[in-house]
Design a protein around this ligand. Structure first.
Ligand SMILES: CC(C)(COP(=O)(O)OP(=O)(O)OC[C@H]1O[C@@H](n2cnc3c(N)ncnc32)[C@H](O)[C@@H]1OP(=O)(O)O)[C@@H](O)C(=O)NCCC(=O)NCCS
Length: 159
């Protein structure tokens, strides 16, 4: 797929073992960590996290393909009794409408409503992805990082 292609074909499929090293690289990109206000995991923690995700029945997760390439992942999971959405793309796939299309493709298979999402207030792209898929901001939240920095988040909901 040429990077200049304005309409990459985005599809979802089940996660395979071969995807995990690719997701590892995606989640340790410092710019992505800053955007998501989420720290990188080392390899052991990454694999343990994915082993948990893949065996936990309440988690629904799909690999995002851009053409034949693994672009990232999209998932839903239950946090304190509410179902939330998350996604993460490799940096080379940003800015092409892929996350919006991936989430739009994921949502019809997700029967739970309402669905919730949290995004850092500085993560304009993630907020836009959610809004374009019908989520609306319903509130704000914040939490302290280990260094004491407070991360401000928006809470969004899809009814
Ligand atoms: C956030 C992320 C998923 C966006 O993916 P993407 O495929 O680039 O998003 P899209 O191309 O579908 O863009 C959707 C909208 O957001 C805008 N957008 C995307 N990235 C942006 C950015 N960095 N700054 C401002 N706007 C941005 C796009 O212009 C588009 O808006 P428009 O249609 O109104 O023009 C991707 O950057 C990513 O995976 N980041 C790291 C992990 C992360 O932040 N995950 C979400 C945690 S809540």
């Amino acid at each position: 797929m040429a990077s200049s292609d304005p309409t990459p074909v985005v599809t979802l499929r089940d996660v395979t073992e071969d995807d995990l090293p690719i997701f590892f690289e995606h989640q340790r990109d410092p710019e992505a960590n800053r955007m998501a206000a989420y720290p990188a995991r080392g390899w052991e923690k990454h694999i343990a996290h994915w082993r948990y995700i893949l065996r936990e029945p309440s988690v629904r997760v799909q690999t995002i393909l851009c053409g034949e390439e693994v672009a990232g992942s999209v998932l839903s999971y239950v946090n304190e009794g509410i179902r939330e959405i998350g996604y993460w793309l490799g940096r080379e796939f940003w800015g092409k409408g892929i996350a919006t299309r991936a989430l739009a493709a994921f949502l019809p298979g997700e029967s739970a409503r309402p669905l919730y999402a949290h995004c850092a207030q500085h993560n304009i792209g993630s907020r836009r992805v959610l809004e374009k898929c019908g989520f609306a901001i319903i509130g704000e939240d914040s939490y302290p990082e280990p260094d004491g920095t407070v991360v401000k988040e928006f809470v969004l909901r899809l009814d």
